[in-house]
Design a protein around this ligand. Structure first.
Ligand code: 3H9
Length: 689
């Protein structure tokens, strides 16, 4: 068996080289190999300094997440860090790529750090529901100060080599080859008689308690319900108040508790789920150097902005100058807001704007390698667009529709070459939302699919494969939650009760508040077309209350405000509909509201995976996390179902279905089958892989 850690001695420098593809994660063998290597090199009289560096595209990207929950061999990562730090000869870590989590902890335990200019480093444990488990917060606070430590540990975002250099984390930036520069740096330490510099011996730059709490409050503002951010703040607090060994020992206990808990389990599931969702079994992507978007409305403009943000030129096409001007105006306003908020610079906004060209004839799409149609949701109009695009575009150009509601097979039937056609369903606002459902028709060929996937990734979206059905994955499920929200209103709840139940579960917004934001006329029109009725939603829309845009919907809105205010008029409408339906309103417990809405989602999700609309249960989770605000720390609807236990969900759905006579709440066959077998969605997915 080849060992992932090797050593060599060059001109008095002991090189420890880690080669554990793909990301040099700290497996048992890597930790053990580093510890042994340091011990051996420390004893070697020919070695004056030690250098830790990695093969491949990155320095160590962290602990091996796949090993969590499995038995680990000694040394632990904390022990490995102590061995590095305790080395009596100077130890230098040479960073390239991403030095993350346990990898960064190794680097912080070294006495010096040198990095390539494009290296990034940080402690993203919080994003996996954890705290740095091997003294990371304690060492970082000593090197860069408590405030920096809070930013990096609670925020979880990596920082650039330049920023790390500015705050003293990185001692030198390597201008050329990292190995050459790092060896020279280590030699200069040895030549200058520089000794080992244990981080634990350094004092922490103090921060006043009030200032500390202000920073914590800012960084944890949007983390309600999550355990890890507060635990990260505690870890930095301990770093300032407890002796080093005591603080690290407590960190290790907290790390063990968190890693055994449901939130970290859920977050680790999502980490692998999104990578799994982005993989395709076959097909090779064609290069996309230029895109075109047909339709300069809100959606089309948002899609164009996503291309521009990735540095890809895009042509935005609409029927006349007025439509283009409206669309570009919206885009310019969006950029202005981003510049105001400081999320991009004015120069970046200009660069992006320059990448968006406009045209009023569809022939301008002829240059594009990928064309996305984003016109009104009207089958005849879309068919006409695609017929024309087929005549204009190169035969190898991919033609995509952004439809959310139409039958993509029927749409592609107008093409002579339906293999080049695919659905790319973006979510509003498309320049912000990460999800892109890639919808294949029966005729979509593998290369078209691969091109759509690669392009989605390139423009920083999270692609998930879906097959054709009404609503695809996400909207088909959301319809079931909406139906429950409507029923809850009829039976006794008010909009604020329904929304609060969903917000308390961890969604950023409730379903009715969301409907008010997107406009109640949208759902009303869809229901009319389908001949379905939601008596309360219909009554509200028919009263001209279309949501935020008319100042009232389920809620009322003060002029210029987006804050929903409970409205007695809505209560009156709701109560009168309940009366007309002969329903005696009752007080509905919060738990029942949450369960009915969330379990309805799970139930539909089970049908969607059983039918093969989604390729795997974890894909459904990714759709809900990236497209609908499902709390990531709950893992997505189907991972959450596994956590709650499928027998309980079946039992509750049976009760709800029997009580309400609502057939759609009857447990899906797959759900019932897995519950009876004592299985889980995760197990089902594994068995079929
Ligand atoms: C930690 O360190 C805890 C410590 O404080 C204390 C412990 C006591 N483990 O993302 P990619 C796999 S917590 C195992 O597609 P990229 C990944 O699944 C950890 N596997 O590449 C994929 O596999 P596959 C803190 C890992 O270039 C392949 O590598 N660290 C790990 O877009 C390529 O990944 C983190 O949270 C891992 N740690 O991005 C960093 N990381 O090919 C997590 C990756 O089979 N990782 N894999 O699908 C990342 O953020 C990104 O992977 C990285 C590369 C930026 C490194």
């Amino acid at each position: 068996m080849t060992t992932p850690v090797t050593t060599e001695i060059v001109d008095g420098i002991g090189l420890i080289r880690i080669d554990n593809p793909p990301v040099n994660a700290l497996s048992n063998a890597v930790r053990g190999g580093i510890a042994d290597a340091v011990r051996v090199l420390e004893q070697d009289p020919d070695v004056q300094a030690v250098l830790i560096l990695c093969a491949g595209k990155t320095f160590i990207a962290g602990a091996d997440i796949r090993e969590f929950g499995k038995p680990r061999q000694p040394p632990s990562l904390a022990e490995t860090c102590d061995i590095i730090e305790g080395c009596t000869k100077p130890v230098v870590a040479a960073l390239h790529g991403t030095a993350l989590g346990g990898g960064f902890e190794i680097a912080l335990a070294a006495h010096y750090r040198i990095a390539t200019s494009d290296a990034r480093m940080g402690l993203p444990e919080v994003k996996l529901g954890l705290i740095p488990g091997a003294g990371g917060a304690n060492r970082l606070a000593r090197i860069a100060g408590a405030e920096q430590a809070l930013e990096i540990v609670i925020g979880g975002n990596p920082i650039s080599a330049a920023d790390a250099h500015a705050v003293g984390i990185v001692d030198e930036i390597a201008e050329n080859d990292l190995r050459v520069a790092a060896t020279a740096f280590a030699k200069s330490l040895a030549a200058g008689g520089k000794a080992a510099r244990p981080t634990r011996a350094r004092a922490i730059e103090a921060i006043a308690p009030d200032a500390f709490e202000t920073v914590v409050a800012r960084l944890t503002r949007k983390t309600a319900g999550q355990e890890a951010p507060a635990a990260c703040a505690d870890s930095v607090r301990r770093a300032m108040t407890l002796p080093f060994d005591e603080a690290v020992a407590r960190d290790r206990e907290v790390f063990a508790q968190l890693s055994a808990g449901s939130q970290s389990r859920a977050l680790r599931h999502v980490f692998f789920a999104e990578r799994e969702a982005a993989k395709l079994a076959s097909g090779s992507a064609r290069p996309v150097a230029r895109a075109a978007v047909v339709g300069a409305g809100t959606m089309g403009g948002g899609i164009a902005m996503s291309f521009a943000a990735a540095g890809l030129p895009v042509t935005l096409i609409d029927i006349d100058d007025a439509a283009i001007e409206r669309g570009m105006d919206r885009i310019r306003r969006n950029y202005a807001t981003s510049v105001e908020r400081g999320s991009i610079s004015a120069a970046e906004a200009e660069q992006r704007l320059a990448l968006i060209q406009t045209a009023t004839t569809r022939s301008a799409a002829g240059e594009a390698d990928l064309v996305i149609e984003a016109v009104f949701e009207n089958m005849d109009l879309k068919r006409e667009v695609f017929r024309e695009l087929e005549a204009i575009c190169r035969v190898d150009a991919v033609l995509a529709t952004n439809t959310s509601a139409l039958d993509v097979d029927a749409l592609s039937a107008v093409l002579d070459r339906p293999g080049r056609f695919v659905g790319m369903h973006f979510f509003s606002p498309a320049n912000v939302m990460k999800l892109c459902e890639i919808v294949r028709t029966d005729a979509t060929d593998p290369d078209t699919l691969a091109t759509a996937f690669a392009t989605a990734k390139r423009i920083a979206k999270v692609p998930v494969l879906a097959r054709n059905c009404d609503g695809f994955i996400g909207n088909r499920m959301v319809a079931k939650r909406s139906a429950q929200a409507e029923r809850l209103l009829q039976e006794g709840a008010l909009p604020q009760d329904v929304d609060e139940a969903i917000r308390a579960f961890g969604f950023p917004m409730g379903p009715l508040q969301t409907n008010d934001m997107s406009g109640l006329d949208v759902g009303y029109a869809i229901r009319k077309r389908r001949g379905t009725k939601f008596p309360i939603a219909d009554a509200i829309a028919e009263a001209g209350r279309l949501g935020q845009k008319t100042g009232a919907g389920y809620y009322r809105y003060e002029a210029g405000s987006r804050t929903p205010v409970p409205d007695p008029e809505t209560t009156r409408v709701i109560e009168s509909v309940s009366a007309s339906l002969g329903i005696e309103r009752r007080e509905i417990p919060r738990e029942e509201m949450t369960e009915r809405m969330i379990f309805a989602l799970i139930n539909e999700g089970a049908k969607i995976v059983a039918e093969g609309i989604a390729a795997r249960p974890s894909d459904v989770d990714v759709v809900w996390i990236y497209g609908y605000g499902f709390p990531r720390w709950r893992g997505g609807p189907l991972a959450y179902a596994d956590e709650v236990g499928l027998p309980y969900i079946v039992e509750r759905l049976d009760v709800f279905a029997a009580r309400s006579g609502d057939e759609t709440l009857a447990p899906a066959p797959l759900l019932r089958e897995l519950a009876q077998k004592g299985a889980t969605f995760a197990q089902w997915q594994k068995d079929r892989a």
